[in-house]
Structure formats: C-alpha cells, structure tokens
Design a protein around this ligand. Structure first.
Ligand code: ARG
Length: 837
C-alpha cells in the first residue's frame, strides 16, 4: 500500500474504491440470480407436471378442489410478491447503495530532507516514505467521525519546493451510502485533517506532529474530485507522464496527439525548488465544446484540484501564449476525443520573479516609458507582487499611467478580482475594459504596489507612463473624461462617445436643431432617417462617402457613408451593395393571429404575443426550467446575457436547452441542445458591465421552421434609435416583481429608450455598454426571467426589427422612474461577428 501503482495492482484486502464498486455490481447479479433461481424452480415443477400425462386428469381434478385452489393462489401471489420485491430491490434500493467519493489533497511535511529518489514512484525510498505518510493519513481518518466510510489514501507524488521539507500529493477514497453522501463533504474532510494537525501542535509554529509526522497546517488543501479524475490520473490512465525541467531556461517540448478513440491524459511537470514553470502553448487543435468533450485544464499542483486551477482551454488556440505557475509544479489534464486533435508547446523552469521588483523611474517631461505586469507577456499567475517607484523632476508634475484595456477604480466592498493596487497607501482594484484609460497620480514621487488577485491566470497588462502637470492634467481646450483621457472641448456633447465611457456625452442639454445656421448640424440629427429640419438639409447627401468614425455606417469595402441606419433598410446605399446583403432577418412571420386576446394577461404592463410575432425569441431552459431569454442570430447562434451563465453549473452547456419558435411554454417548434457558451471576457458580475454571451447550438435549426423561427437583425455600430422607432421587450418573465407564477404565453411590452443622462440620474452606475428603456410611470418593463431576451426596435414605416438591447438588470421591476437596463448591442457588433462568422 502507499503508492498509486501498488494500490492499483492490489487485488484484495483493503482494495481501492473501484473494486468496491465492482463488488457492488456483483451483488446486483447475485440478487438477479436469486430471482432466476425461483423462476427456474417454478418452471421445472411446471415441466414435471407436463411430463405426466397419465395422472393429468386426476391432477386437474385434484387441483381444482377448493382448498387446493386457495393454496395455489396463495403460492402464486407469494411468488409474484417475491419477484416484485426482488425487482424493486434491484432497481430502487441498489441505486441507493454505496458510491465512491474521492478527494485530492496536498500538505507539506516539514523538517524532512527531500531526496531526488522521491521523484520516482518506483523507488524504494518513495515507497517507504509514502507508506509512512499513508499510514498517518489513514490513522487520522480511521479514528474520525467518518471512519466507517473511509476506504484508503494513496500517496501520488512527493516533491520539494522552496519552503523546504516534502510536499505530499495524495488521493483519498470514501465509500458512502448515497443517503449519507453529505457526511464526507470537502470541508468536513479537510476540517478532520486540520483538527488532527492542530491538536498535535506543540508550540506556536504551524507544524503539528501528527503521529510523529511534522505536517504544516498552512499547507493543507483538500478538494473533492470526480471519479473520472481519480481513475484517469492513476496507473490505469491511457497516458500519464512526469516531466522534469532541471536546468532553468532549458525548454522541454511537449506535444500531445489524440490517438484513435481519443485520450485522457495527465502530464505532471516539475522543476527545481525556487523556480516556477512557464508553459507555452503554440497550438491547440480541438473541437470547441466548453471543455465537455475536448479541453485542457492546467493546475497549479500535481493533482487536479479545483482550488488550484490555473487556466482552462476549451477553445482552439492558434497564436501562441504562455502561462506561469506559482511554484515548481504544474499539472496538465488533457481530454481529447477522436479526430485530429493535438497540443503543441513546451515548458521551462524560470526564476521566480523577485517578489519585490522595485523600479525607480526618473521621468523627464515628454518622455514615455512602459511598465509591465509580472512575467509579461505571460498570463498573470494567481500570486505575484511588484512595486514601482516613480520620480518626476518637479513637485508640480505627477505620474500618468495609460493602460490599453485596464482600469483602476477605488476599492469597493467586494474584493479586487483582477488586481490589487496600492498607490501611496490608497487601495484600488483593477479590471479589464474594452478601451484605453489613464490613471493619474498627483504626486511627484509615488510608490505603486501591485498584487495579483485573480483566482486563475489573468490577462497580462502594460501601461505607458509619463509625467503630467498636476494643476492642469489636460492640454488647453481639452476636457478631462472619467476614463482619464483628454478630449478636445469641441467634442463634448457631439453625440460621439469620445471618452469611451460617455462622460463627454452626459449632462448635455438637448441639442438644438441648428437647421439654417452657419454652425454644423448636431450629428444626432444628421442622416438619422428622419426629417428633423423642415428644409430637409439633415437628410441630404447621406450616401456620399465620408471619413469613417464610430457613428458612420461602414460598407464592406471599408468606405463610410453618413446614413446611420443603412443596414437592411431596403435601399442600396453602399456602392458594393453590402448594406443590403445578409438581410434575411428581423421580419415577423405573417401568421394568422391566435391565442388569447391581447391586453388581459399583463406582465409588468405587457400583452400576449401572437404566434410568429417574435420569431427570434428563444426561451432558455436550465435543467428543464425557464431561466432566461435569448435571440436567434443565425441558424446556429443565439445571443443572451452573460449573467445567465455566470455561476459554475450555469456555465455548463449540457444543462441548457433552447426552445425555438414558441408562443406558449411547452409548445416549442424546436428544442435545441447547446454546444458552447461564449461569455464576454470583460463581463463583470458586480456591475453587470459587458453583460452579453453567445450560445452555439449543437445542430442548426432546420430551415423548415422558418418563418416561425428567424434571426433578428444585428445593428451595425452606427445604428441610431430615434423617438419614432418602436421598441418592444419580450419574454416569459414575471409579470410583477413579487409574482410567483410565470406567464405561459410570450409577453410583449412597448418601451421607449431613455437618455443615458436620465438613466444615470435615476440608477447611478450605468456604463456606456448599457442602455435604458421604459416608461416614466414604470408600468411597462422587463422582469426576472426575461434576462437575456430581446429589446427589438423597428424603424418607422414597418422596417426590419433590430436587436437593440438585451435584458440585463433593473431596480425591482416596473417601478416609476426606474427604467430597465439592457446591454447596448451595437457596442458589441464586431465582438459578435468575431465569434459567429
Ligand atoms: N436580471 C433579471 C433576470 O435575470 C432581469 C431584470 C430586468 N429588470 C427590469 N426591471 N427590467 O431575469
């Protein structure tokens, strides 16, 4: 006992839990044999009676006599009861039988010298050390409250890190009656072990002398694992490898190919103490499936412990990137199905980045330098620390840090999830955003501290630093945005989000229609499809070529036109006609009106829809129940809200189904399975910023479903919604914020777009990726269950319907002056296309 190999070879005695399960399967067949046996006996008896034709008549008469008849009926009833009982036992109670519960754990044995032989599980030294440790672990659990359920511990690896001693990785198996599965929870098992170490502690150190074994309490980590992990990383695994990088900087190639039938594979990497491991992924060829069939999980340990996950690769990788461990061990857990799946890369030992890398930077005005996240350009590990000290030539000059897609904000109640910063003793949290930001420090010699704080590896960052004039951060005639950027004053309130967070576009007075004046007409009125000026000058020359910007419509050729809503409006505007290409979208099907009369069943002011009215509407069911809405974008892609998928189980596509072409719950024309869920990488679960996700269907929906199932049109980024558009939110969500019953018929409610300024006034933190819609009285709104569903708007004159918003959040439902908040879809047009096309 003691090593993985031995445990797997062992055929009797304590045995591993897989044997136990095999034993329980054998039990089942014994019971079936009993039933068979009984049946056999009956049959034999029956056959015997048939073989005696002479006495048959006599027997018949004998049998038909009343007392005998009673005996026979009783016997038959008895046999039937026995059979039924046996079947019941086999099918019901056996299910409630024992099952294996598995854990992976690690702890450090202090004050023990590590010897290189420990790296080989076959060595005598390993076996003797492992059995000693295994004995101690077993003894702890054999006298614990779960002693009867404890099966065994297997020591899988002994390694050493810079803390000294020996780092032990181990498996544990319990055999638990299913009804008692709670008694061996992860916390309980860890607590038992910790308590034992704790009670064996002699002095103030964290090391307890557990049956003479010096175990470091601070190093204990125990995680529940799947049976799959337990069995696939043992000796029975198709592919298990241990690789050691001895020399720093020497790169060891690592290539894995899936053989016929696929492979599940654990590769353990170790390097010398004091170093960390950098894994470079050059390419990863797989079928994207959210890691359900193909994927690679990288762990910051030698066993697949959830708490130590570094990175998960569920999508193919074509451009190389690297990631780093926090110590000298790393585990790669591959799952590759049949087909030409492959992983190519290499790993190397690198020096642990000095925890206190001080960069003294003397900044001269107009000189720009760069600071980088630790291990840049590798992904950031979950633990790192770095400080930068800056010095500008004069006390009038501060330091400005310009980030490409990262922002620092004062720390709020929640911890920092994407980087912890201390700038001259004030704490800030970092987060990723889709635009530039500038962080200004009004001090001429600031000290900036950065700590990694993500649970798993995070995107690296870099910032350019420069000095700036503290009394006047922006140049003359410039406006200071909340993102820290400086934009020309003339750009304030011009209808364009120059600041990237709309801070130049809020609290603007409503622009006047300067129709005849010499100053240019406000961009909001120009070529928006409506005649704002009586002389019509706002709608002339709308298709002539013009310099491109975020509010200009861009044709496929790359040239831009002024007409904002050129896409699929039925008029050829672009010379390449691209504006009218791919326009099979946004048209309700003209199906005869059915269902209950509209106007009765109100969801926060909604009415019943009719069949085919919103053919893009999808009802998303999680574990069989309505959970969110979504919209059809194409034959195999849907769009919804990121927050519908943000928790662990919610992100697993296997639990979801998409109900298409449905008016009344339960009557979908098509139910589709989900292949993968792409949640926006910058989605923030506290602020609901970037609340968008894409869902790919396992199979495209059949074209015969059209017109009851149809895509909604995707607005180009220039798309402008005016007051004369009709906007409707649809869904099967609650009809009132404290309702308990969901409506069965799809509800629809007309709402109006609320200006960003008004929305911020009433709801506060509304980002430029959000859009508000509602009615002042609040009587029409979306509510819980509508999330992810569409807010679609139609141009006047019966144009096509465009997906303008995705139901995201609100303050209650249908409250006066508190509009609903939606994801602003036109901010994500290129993100969407980058995934679906
Ligand atoms: N977050 C909600 C959901 O998960 C949607 C809330 C919308 N609220 C509103 N008042 N518009 O279904």
């Amino acid at each position: 006992m003691g090593t993985e190999r031995e445990a797997n070879e062992k055929a009797s005695g304590e045995g591993d839990a897989s044997q136990l399960e095999a034993a329980s399967i054998a039990d089942v067949s014994v019971e079936v044999a009993t039933v068979d046996h009984t049946l056999h006996k009956i049959c034999r008896k029956y056959r015997k009676t048939r073989r005696k034709p002479k006495g048959l008549k006599r027997l018949q008469a004998h049998l038909l006599s009343i007392p005998h008849l009673a005996v026979i009926i009783t016997a038959v009833v008895f046999v039937v009861v026995v059979i039924m009982w046996s079947l019941l036992w086999v099918f019901l109670f056996r299910r409630e039988s024992n099952s294996g519960v598995y854990f992976a754990g690690m702890f450090r044995v202090a004050n023990v010298e590590f010897i290189p032989e420990y790296r080989q599980a076959e060595s005598r030294e390993f076996v003797s050390m492992a059995s000693k440790i295994q004995h101690v672990v077993s003894n702890v659990f054999k006298v614990s409250s779960v002693a009867r359920l404890y099966k065994q511990a297997i020591i899988s690896d002994l390694s050493n890190n810079d803390k000294g001693g020996v780092l032990v990785h181990f498996w544990m198996a319990f055999v638990v009656p299913q009804l008692r599965s709670q008694s061996v929870c992860e916390e309980c098992v860890e607590a038992i072990f910790r308590d034992s170490v704790h009670s064996s502690m002699m002095n103030r150190s964290s090391v307890g002398y557990l049956l003479g074994l010096p175990v470091d309490m601070d190093s204990i980590l125990i995680n529940a694992v799947e049976r799959w992990d337990y069995s696939s990383s043992g000796a029975g695994s198709q592919c298990a490898g241990k690789l050691y990088a001895s020399l720093p900087g020497l790169s060891v190639p690592l290539n894995v190919f899936s053989p016929w039938g696929g492979v599940s594979c654990h590769v353990k990497l170790t390097s010398a103490p004091g170093s960390v491991i950098r894994l470079t992924v050059t390419s990863f060829v797989i079928e994207p499936s959210d890691c359900v069939s193909d994927g690679l999980s990288v762990y910051d340990a030698l066993l697949p412990m959830r708490g130590r996950i570094l990175h998960r690769m569920c999508e193919p990788v074509s451009s190389s990137f690297s990631l780093v461990s926090t110590s000298n061990v790393m585990l790669l857990s591959f799952r590759l199905t049949d087909g030409n799946k492959s992983f190519r890369g290499h790993f190397e030992a690198i020096a642990e980045e000095v925890s206190m890398s001080q960069i003294e930077t003397h900044i001269e005005p107009d000189i720009i330098g760069q600071i980088y996240s630790p291990f840049h350009p590798s992904l950031l590990p979950p633990q790192c620390f770095c400080t930068w000290k800056f010095e500008t030539p004069s006390s009038a000059l501060g330091v400005a840090l310009q980030f490409e897609n990262y922002v620092l904000k004062p720390k709020e109640v929640n911890g920092c999830e994407h980087g912890w910063w201390k700038v001259n003793e004030i704490i800030f949290c970092g987060s990723y955003v889709g635009h530039h930001t500038v962080f200004r420090i009004a001090d001429h010699s600031p000290e900036v501290e950065f700590r990694c704080s993500s649970r798993i590896s995070a995107q690296p960052f870099q910032a350019s630093y420069s000095s700036y004039n503290i009394s006047q951060p922006c140049p003359e005639n410039h406006f200071l945005c909340s993102t820290g950027l400086c934009v020309e004053k003339s750009r304030r309130c011009d209808g364009l989000d120059d600041c990237q967070d709309e801070s130049d576009e809020v609290f603007c007075s409503r622009p006047t229609k300067n129709c005849g004046g010499n100053s240019p007409l406000h961009p909001m009125f120009v070529c928006n499809g409506e005649t704002d000026c009586t002389n019509g000058i706002d709608e002339i020359n709308c298709t002539q070529e013009t310099p491109c910007s975020a509010i200009r419509y861009q044709c496929n050729s790359g040239s831009c036109i002024l007409k904002k809503n050129a896409k699929c409006d039925g008029i050829l505007d672009c010379q390449d006609h691209s504006d009218e290409a791919d326009c099979a979208c946004g048209r309700p099907s003209s199906v005869k009106k059915t269902g209950s009369p509209p106007g009765r069943e109100r969801i926060v002011g909604g009415d019943n829809s009719v069949e085919g009215e919103w053919p893009w509407q999808v009802s998303l069911h999680f574990s069989g129940n309505l959970y969110c809405g979504a919209s059809v974008l194409s034959s195999d892609w849907l769009v919804s809200a990121a927050h519908c998928f943000s928790k662990e189980r919610l992100s697993d596509p296997r639990y979801w189904s998409a109900h298409l072409g449905m008016l009344t719950q339960g009557s979908a024309k098509h139910v589709a399975e989900i292949q993968r869920i792409v949640v926006h990488e910058y989605y923030n679960e506290y602020t609901f910023d970037y609340d968008i996700a894409l869902l790919q269907l396992k199979k495209p929906w059949p074209p015969s479903l059209s017109p009851l199932v149809q895509p909604v049109c995707l607005p180009p980024s220039s798309h402008a919604v005016t007051d004369s558009h009709r906007c409707v939110v649809t869904g099967w969500g609650y009809r009132h914020e404290d309702d308990k019953v969901l409506p069965s018929v799809l509800q629809k409610a007309d709402v109006s777009i609320v200006s960003q300024t008004d929305c911020k006034k009433s709801l506060g933190p509304v980002s430029s990726r959000m859009l508000c819609a509602g009615v002042p009285s609040g009587e029409r709104d979306a509510c819980r269950g509508d999330s992810g569903g569409p807010l679609a708007c139609q141009a006047p004159g019966g144009g096509r319907w465009f997906l303008i918003g995705i139901v995201s959040w609100g303050s209650g439902c249908g409250r006066p002056n508190l509009p609903g908040v939606y994801t602003r879809v036109n901010k994500f047009t290129s993100w969407i296309y980058s995934h679906i096309s």
